[in-house]
Design a protein around this ligand. Structure first.
Ligand SMILES: NC(=O)c1ccc[n+]([C@@H]2O[C@H](COP(=O)([O-])OP(=O)(O)OC[C@H]3O[C@@H](n4cnc5c(N)ncnc54)[C@H](O)[C@@H]3O)[C@@H](O)[C@H]2O)c1
Length: 254
């Protein structure tokens, strides 16, 4: 029997990076996975990778910043798979990473908050309604960041949103602990994904400096984070509530 046999996973941001690696990892361990994303073609590809390997997956086009989208995606997942056991709220965008606060664009700030923070709220709201209705003792893992614990310059909206995800994770974890629903966050360090790909030469130099400082002496891979997310969603983490688990190759231990 595989660890997630008979489990239904609702996962956002499953088109690329950490989300795709996590969707594949859950499917390998027996789960049926709803891959939710705004990016249609790559998210469909994730679902196809799962079904081609003999697993079960469904792509649902979802903008996590839209309540209508999120509510109907959760309903569709339940209609297709008969329940909802695990939710991974992972979709995210970067905003700008080279503007000081006095120069930070307002529309960019609002969009980052909409997707990275309000999106997690809307997802948890719909997921918790469903889990409560079916009395499911489920698990929710929100993707925050090590930047949900620490600041970094020129990345205001992102750092703000990820600190918000940590607050939301702790507050909601307390509300639902007695129902047996566990809510935690994963806080990745620097992980090699499309989000962290260098945009130009100056970016590459900055990235190289960050990477050189990682005590583990290697850049994190999406699979490193997928494994940690599966742990938090599993019964092995059955007494862990409201935590933000940092997986960063040791950066934050310095
Ligand atoms: N890569 C890192 O170093 C790192 C570090 C810490 C945290 N994170 C977080 O991990 C998560 C995944 O990021 P990644 O690095 O895999 O990057 P990524 O760009 O590969 O993945 C982000 C995914 O979110 C999707 N997405 C964006 N806006 C959306 C929306 N409105 N609705 C639904 N889906 C949407 C994208 O299409 C994409 O599939 C993000 O929340 C990110 O903030 C990443």
């Amino acid at each position: 029997m595989a660890r997630f046999d008979n489990k239904v996973v609702f996962l956002t941001g499953g088109a690329t990076g950490i989300g795709r690696a996590t969707a594949l990892a859950f499917a390998r361990e027996g789960a049926r996975v709803a891959v939710c994303d705004v990016a249609e073609a790559p998210a469909q590809e994730t679902a196809k990778l799962i079904t081609d390997a003999g697993g079960t997956a469904l792509f649902i086009k979802t903008d996590v910043a839209s309540w209508a989208d999120v509510e109907s995606s959760v309903k569709l997942t339940i209609a297709e798979f008969g329940g909802l056991d695990i939710a991974i709220n992972n979709a995210g965008i970067e905003g700008s990473r080279d503007k000081a606060t006095h120069d930070y664009d307002e529309a960019t700030f609002r969009r980052v908050i909409d997707v990275n923070l309000t999106g997690v709220f809307l997802c948890m709201k719909a997921q918790l309604q469903a889990m409560r209705a079916s009395k499911t003792q489920g698990a929710i893992v929100n993707t925050a960041s090590f930047l949900g614990h620490f600041g970094v310059q020129y990345h205001l909206a992102y750092v703000t949103a990820k600190h918000g995800v940590m607050g939301m994770t702790r507050a909601a974890a307390l509300e639902y602990a007695r129902s047996g629903i566990r809510i935690n966050a994963i806080c990745p360090g620097f992980i090699e994904t499309p989000m962290t790909a260098a945009h130009n030469e100056k970016d590459q130099q900055i990235m190289d400096r960050y990477y050189a400082a990682i005590p583990a002496k290697r850049v994190g891979q999406p699979e490193d984070i997928a494994k940690t997310i599966l742990f938090l969603a599993s019964e092995d983490a059955g007494y862990i509530y409201g935590q933000g688990l940092i997986a960063d190759g040791g950066m934050s231990a310095m």
